[in-house]
Design a protein around this ligand. Structure first.
Ligand code: HEC
Ligand code: HEC
Length: 459
């Protein structure tokens, strides 16, 4: 490789070459000069000669170097000369093989590209959903994740304080493949300004208590919550501009504060610390390092972590606080008129009323099609209407996670399970109609709201 010194003069090359030659000659001379002494050395009285000093009566003979040691010494010098002939080291002489460390790296990369390039290209041509289902692809992505990502996101991708979990369905920057790809390729900077100076300690505490109340925390002081609410929605703090008027976050501006999932900790102290001192966080960009096929594969891997088809959703990973309470609003809770979805991932049935017409909503656990045990009591009104000859329309929905086709099948299976349940309750099969809704995906992400079957009375 060229170094700048070669553009200016040859001085350093000659300098190094001279030092090398001088050192080798010097070392050879040292070895041979010490080799002159013959064994055993006798002084003129015929006694074995010593070096003339004594430590506690122990004396040292003036013996020559052992033969084996001397030859090893010469061998190392011969080796170093051989090395300088074969490898670079002698001035700018490139060595017999012309080896360079950069060349070796490039060769290895080229070999790896030859071996795996076709494979990554194949993965690059597959869809995110296909990749997420492909065991080999995900294994190879996992090992890439282990190399590049676990030091920050953890070996299980569960994250830690300041480093988001990548498998909790809670996204700072969006969980669609396109969002995830953008995050990995170009990185992200999450900045929350410090509000301590503008608000002062007391008002920071007020707004912190309001933030605590957003995720249903009972320990929030009602007086402070009231004052904090005003601060959150107005000057000088205007928290809502980034976190949304409902505190549910605005993609790319500020995270959801209602879901009890905390990047920086959900204790009163941690929240006050966040608001007082702000946060400054960075996800490094990878586009210079991972080519387009690898970025695609990595995107599929991250996406798969929270979109495992049919598998139970991993429990929400809260960095610091308690599990979501039943009263905590969920990220995907729809308009206020809609019923609250069950907080836990389990089957549940509720009876709702729309303009005087009762209709039943059957919620399901992730990936399951089991009807809740108390369903007959809850929807008794529907069952008697069905028995009386009214038509019951059954429509299944799913959440948007996982493979779309598998979801469609699952929602059909759930609708069939509800039909079987109604039949078992004595409703004639003729009075039940399975109807596929126009859009079977009723909610973004993994949400209990989405995993439901609705039963309506028609006619
Ligand atoms: C040096 C630490 C670091 C490394 C290494 C790192 N990340 Fe990140 N990552 C972060 C931080 C910090 C954030 C959160 C940024 C913020 O607060 O907005 C983040 C955010 C993300 C997000 C967005 C999460 C969300 O909720 O929207 C994804 C996806 C992600 N990283 C994937 C990866 C992948 C894949 C790799 C490996 C190729 C990786 N990260 C390597 C630090 C890192
Ligand atoms: C300019 C936009 C902006 C404003 C205004 C803003 N925030 Fe934030 N806030 C953010 C961002 C971005 C983050 C995430 C930082 C990160 O990625 O690490 C954040 C994080 C937080 C967190 C930590 C969330 C967690 O998961 O740990 C809390 C609490 C919070 N903000 C409260 C507030 C309050 C209270 C106010 C009003 C005083 C406020 N924010 C005003 C952008 C904003």
């Amino acid at each position: 490789m060229n170094t700048t010194s070669q553009f200016t003069s040859n001085f350093w090359n000659i300098y190094i070459a001279i030092i090398l030659i001088a050192s080798i000659i010097g070392l050879l001379w040292l070895g041979f000069s010490q080799d002159k002494v013959k064994v055993p050395v006798k002084d003129k009285d015929g006694e074995t000669e010593t070096m003339g000093h004594s430590w506690d009566g122990i004396e040292e003979y003036n013996n020559p170097l052992p033969r084996w040691w001397f030859y090893l010494y010469i061998l190392t010098i011969v080796f170093s000369i051989g090395y300088l002939v074969v490898y670079p080291g002698f001035g700018d002489y490139k060595g017999y093989f012309g080896w360079t460390s950069a060349g070796q790296y490039e060769e290895e990369m080229a070999a790896a590209e030859k071996e795996y390039g076709a494979l990554y290209a194949k993965y690059g041509a597959m869809s995110i959903e296909e990749l997420a289902q492909n065991g080999d692809a995900m294994r190879s992505a996992k090992s890439m994740f282990d190399t590049y990502c676990i030091q920050c996101h953890g070996s299980d991708a569960g994250g830690s304080r300041g480093f988001p979990s990548l498998k909790d369905h809670d996204w700072l920057w969006g969980g669609d493949p396109a969002d995830i790809h953008e995050t990995i390729a170009n990185g992200r900077v999450g900045v929350m300004a410090p509000w301590g100076p503008a608000l002062g300690q007391e008002r920071v505490k007020d707004v912190a208590h309001y933030v605590m109340s957003l995720s249903g925390r009972e320990s929030a002081d009602p007086e402070r919550v009231k004052r904090g609410e005003a601060l959150f929605h107005g000057g000088p703090a205007n928290c809502f501009t980034c976190h949304g008027a409902d505190g549910k976050g605005i993609k790319g501006l500020g995270p959801n504060l209602t879901d009890d999932i905390w990047l920086w900790g959900g204790s009163e102290k941690a929240i006050i610390d966040t608001i007082t001192n702000g946060r400054n966080n960075q996800m490094p960009p990878w586009s210079n390092f991972l080519d387009k096929d690898k970025l695609h594969l990595m995107t599929a891997y991250v996406w798969s972590l929270s979109n495992k088809d049919g598998a139970p959703a991993p429990a929400a990973d809260t960095a610091a606080s308690s599990a979501p309470t039943a009263s905590a609003p969920t990220a995907s809770e729809p308009a206020a008129s809609a019923p609250a979805a069950p907080a836990a991932d389990q089957a549940e049935v509720v009876l709702e009323n729309q303009d005087g017409n009762p209709f039943g909503i059957f919620y399901f656990a992730t990936g399951k099609s089991d009807v809740a045990a108390n369903a007959d009591a809850v929807v008794a009104e529907l069952i008697s209407a069905g028995k009386a000859g009214k038509k019951l329309v059954v429509s299944g929905y799913t959440d948007s996670t996982g493979n779309a086709q598998a979801n469609a099948e699952l929602s059909k299976k759930r609708a069939e399970a509800v039909r079987a349940f109604l039949v078992a309750q004595g409703v004639s099969e003729e009075n039940i109609e399975l109807r596929k809704p126009e859009d079977t995906t009723a909610a973004q992400g993994n949400s209990a709201q989405g995993r439901r079957v609705e039963v309506k009375i028609e006619g």
